[in-house]
Design a binder for this molecule. Structure first.
Ligand SMILES: [Zn+2]
Length: 386
């Protein structure tokens, strides 16, 4: 957790501007022109293959040049440092992370170090990285290294819902998993005494936005997934994109993270989980948190049923582990409870032993609930990342 200047202060952090809608990418030049004259676009080869023409045209419309640099899968310390060099060599004044959460986080971290402005342009609603003032740093293999905190948020977060509608369904499902955790963690942080990620106690606004994200998702997640499967933009999809991107982003940063994301970070220590998306691992963390905090049985069971329908994993087996993998589960629990992890924002002390028990408990509860409610296990997806 970040350090704070005073325990009595509350904080709300947000991007300077958030733009969402069908065709928003065509307006990118107009928004970037307000930030700089020499942008650097960071995008992996797949993303750039899909959007290079549209981005080049959008920038040309406001007489901005298009310069793009490639990106590997994770925001590693080396990837960030190499972007800083590219910024300096090219004299860039604004960096744009175009793609998934790790691309965006690398753009933020390098823009901060190079002291230029930065913008997030996600190509899926797969995580709540785009709006926040922090970056999650991983190893090249996808193991969690650290959170890096910056004194300001992106100058712009822009998301085109037509692009989201044409991205794989599993990306939206992952974003829903990430965003559902936001309320569970903000609620726990509010009950406790720890700071939110923004470096102060949660504002009422931060907590309320986290809850709004949860309410929108329970109402709209399933029809939004249908919309993406059909590659169409509907009001339900617009609502879920806002919940996953803006509300979850503001909600986790100013409402607080707790056990779910700490358990996610612990899970990244198990190589079996490296093919899973961030949101898939977070969902196991959410369920384990509900069990750990002794949430009402009906709430736990409804959460399992709903996230099963969304297509998210709820058992250790579905993330490549098994309740018998005692050593690996203990290693995950140790990593989730190291000093400084957000699990210590829970309103009671949490030990690695409690996390082991909660993780093992997910298997039996989820299997029973699905069987009682006639729900098949979700089709699981591999690939992606934060
Ligand atoms: Zn997350």
């Amino acid at each position: 957790m970040p350090s704070t200047t005073s325990p009595s202060l509350t904080v709300l952090a947000s991007p300077s501007r958030y733009v969402q809608g069908k065709g928003a990418l065509d307006e990118l030049g107009a928004h970037l022109a307000a930030l700089g004259r020499n942008p650097l676009i960071v995008a992996d080869d797949t993303v750039w293959g899909l959007f290079s023409q549209q981005v080049t045209d959008a920038l040309a419309a406001t007489d901005l040049p298009t310069t793009r640099v490639g990106f590997e899968r994770f925001a590693t310390p080396e990837a960030v440092d190499s972007l800083v060099d590219v910024i300096a060599a090219g004299g860039h004044d604004v960096i744009v992370g175009l793609g998934g959460g790790s691309t965006i986080d690398a753009a933020k971290a390098s823009g901060h170090l190079a002291r230029i402005r930065w913008a997030s342009v996600p190509t899926a609603a797969s995580s709540d990285a785009p709006t926040s003032s922090l970056a999650v740093i991983y190893t090249a293999d996808g193991e969690f290294v650290e959170y890096r905190f910056f004194p300001r948020n992106p100058d712009l977060a822009l998301i085109d819902t037509r692009v989201v509608a044409n991205a794989p369904v599993r990306f939206l499902a992952a974003g829903i998993g990430d965003a559902l955790a936001t309320w569970l963690e903000a609620r726990a942080t509010r009950r406790g005494t720890a700071d939110a990620m923004a470096g102060g106690r949660p504002t009422r606004a931060g907590t309320a936005l986290a809850e709004l994200s949860w309410d929108i998702l329970w109402e709209n997640a399933l029809p939004a997934l249908d919309a993406v499967a059909a590659h169409v933009v509907t009001p339900a999809l617009e609502a879920v994109v806002e919940a996953n991107t803006l509300l979850s982003g503001l909600g986790f940063e100013s409402g607080g993270l707790a056990a779910a994301h700490a358990i996610h970070n612990g899970l990244t220590a198990a190589p079996q989980t490296h093919g899973l998306t961030h949101g898939q691992k977070v969902n196991i963390g959410s369920l384990a948190q509900l069990i750990l905090e002794g949430a009402p049985t009906a709430e736990i069971e409804d959460f399992i049923a709903f996230t099963t329908q969304v297509g998210l994993p709820n058992t250790l087996t579905e993330i490549g582990l098994s309740p018998e993998d005692r050593d690996e589960i203990e290693a995950v629990a140790e990593a989730a409870t190291v000093e400084g992890e957000t699990i210590h924002a829970m309103p009671f002390p949490v030990t690695a032993g409690q996390v082991v028990d909660a993780l093992i408990a997910t298997e039996g509860i989820s299997r029973r609930v699905r069987s009682e409610r006639g729900l098949p296990a979700p089709e699981l997806y591999t690939g992606g990342g934060h």
